[in-house]
Write a protein that binds this ligand. Structure first.
Ligand code: FDA
Length: 389
């Protein structure tokens, strides 16, 4: 069978690209359902873009690479498409746009765009071989148990990263890049919860608190959630993309709070109260309890000098934590790193050394913050490739 363009991966980037490529596009996926990650995204409501999607919100060995694609297909462009499909949406916080009803609305949009363009989507198709003779890509596939040979002039690789293998992630894009001699930057799980040894925070599981979190990158003011195994919540997921093994996390609890002033005031107003009680006026009781024991706070506030209170205030606004690791690809929302952008044209996502071979979406070394940025990269990179096709 012959197609003008074969797109590997019926996820966010692959389907969107097909809908913009037109009738000659054929999308292949080994899964039996399309866009499974879109379905589970955003807690089932798909945080489909972010109004503040700017290059600074993306990590890459080349921070300039994403600029061109993000500028030529913007969050406003995708929002206009969402509205043209009459999908109700809302802004949750920090420019994050979600479906009012369900992420299935976005999947329906992607499939309707493929239909409208005349692109075909073929699921349950496993790729067993790939070759290129200089003009045509030939794919050996098994579809519903039948062996097929497919040929196309162009190949778009949109098979995503390594995160959540249970949902079909395979790393095929990296193997294809290697086959064609394209470099790959180190890949790591990102937007992933931290683990701490010996259930350090076990008794705090379920407690959430607003923090400013930082790990060798920008600071994020969002919620932190204690889990049985460690720390999660948006602030921790964001910080995880910048963290490396062995490094500390810096956490400021209730970042708007002047802790030194709050503690001195508490001492003045009720000198007989325990430090734990004073902390519990601002923080969840279980966390106040934990901090009092971790920081060896006993007696009452009257027994603590102002210098000791100031030191306590510093600990609260610069709590240093050393994770033992992360939950890894099992739960990571995305893969950091990937196809080295040096090998790709930033305007088209085409491999510089292999004409008509494109890489889009998460498999490329461009990783967004939490909050709709990764889908925006999927849309923008897919659009850039489709324009070139
Ligand atoms: P994606 O992973 O979507 O698609 C890849 C496709 O390729 C899949 O359909 C897969 O089956 C197929 N494939 C893989 N290997 C194959 C092979 N060997 N042969 C054939 N097909 C193969 N982002 C965001 O912006 N907002 C959000 O709300 C969320 N929420 C979220 C929640 C959770 C739980 C996760 C895990 C991730 C998110 N994300 C997110 C991230 C977002 O899902 C991710 O960035 C995009 O899905 C990436 O789109 P791609 O199309 O590149 O890959």
């Amino acid at each position: 069978m012959e197609a003008d363009t074969i797109i590997l991966g019926a996820g966010a980037a692959g389907l969107f690209c097909a809908g913009r490529c037109g009738p000659g596009a054929l999308v292949l996926d080994h899964a039996s359902r399309p866009a499974e990650k879109v379905r589970i995204s955003g807690g089932g409501r798909c945080n489909f873009t972010n109004l503040h999607a700017r290059p600074e919100a993306f990590l890459s060995a080349n921070p300039h690479f994403a600029k061109s694609a993000l500028a030529s297909y913007t969050a406003q462009d995708f929002l206009a498409l969402v509205e043209s499909h009459r999908i109700p949406w809302h802004e949750k916080t920090l420019g994050q746009l979600f479906c009012d009803r369900s992420s299935r609305d976005i999947i329906a949009l992607l499939l309707a765009e493929c239909d409208r363009a005349g692109a075909r989507v073929q699921l349950s198709t496993v790729v067993t071989g790939l070759s290129h003779d200089g003009t045509r890509f030939t794919l050996a596939t098994v579809h519903d148990g039948r062996h097929e040979t497919l040929q196309a002039r162009r190949l778009v690789v949109a098979t995503g990263g390594k995160s959540i293998p249970k949902m079909g992630a395979t790393g095929l894009a990296y193997r294809i890049a290697e086959q064609f001699g394209l470099p790959i930057t180190e890949t790591r799980p990102a937007l992933v919860p931290f683990t701490f040894g010996e259930e350090r925070f076990g008794p705090l599981a379920g407690v959430a608190v607003p923090v400013r979190a930082r790990a060798n990158g920008p600071a994020f003011d969002e919620a932190m959630l204690f889990t049985h195994r460690g720390l999660s919540g948006p602030a921790m997921l964001q910080a995880s993309s910048y963290w490396r093994e062995g490094e500390d996390l810096a956490v400021s609890l209730l970042p708007g709070t002047d802790w030194a002033q709050a503690l001195r005031e508490a001492k003045r107003e009720a000198p007989k109260q325990s430090p734990k009680t004073a902390l519990a006026r601002h923080l969840p009781a279980r966390l106040a309890d934990h901090l009092a024991s971790e920081l060896h706070l006993s007696g009452n506030l009257a027994g603590l000098s102002d210098a000791r209170l100031d030191a306590l205030a510093r600990s609260l606004s610069d709590w240093r934590l050393k994770p033992t690791g992360t939950e890894g690809y099992r739960t990571a929302e995305v893969t950091l790193g990937g196809i080295d952008t040096k090998a790709l044209d930033s305007r088209t996502l085409e491999a510089k050394a292999v004409p008509n071979l494109f890489f889009i979406g998460e498999c490329v070394d461009v990783t967004g913050w939490l909050g709709g940025y990764n889908f925006q990269w999927a849309w923008s990179s897919a659009d850039a490739a489709a324009r070139a096709i």
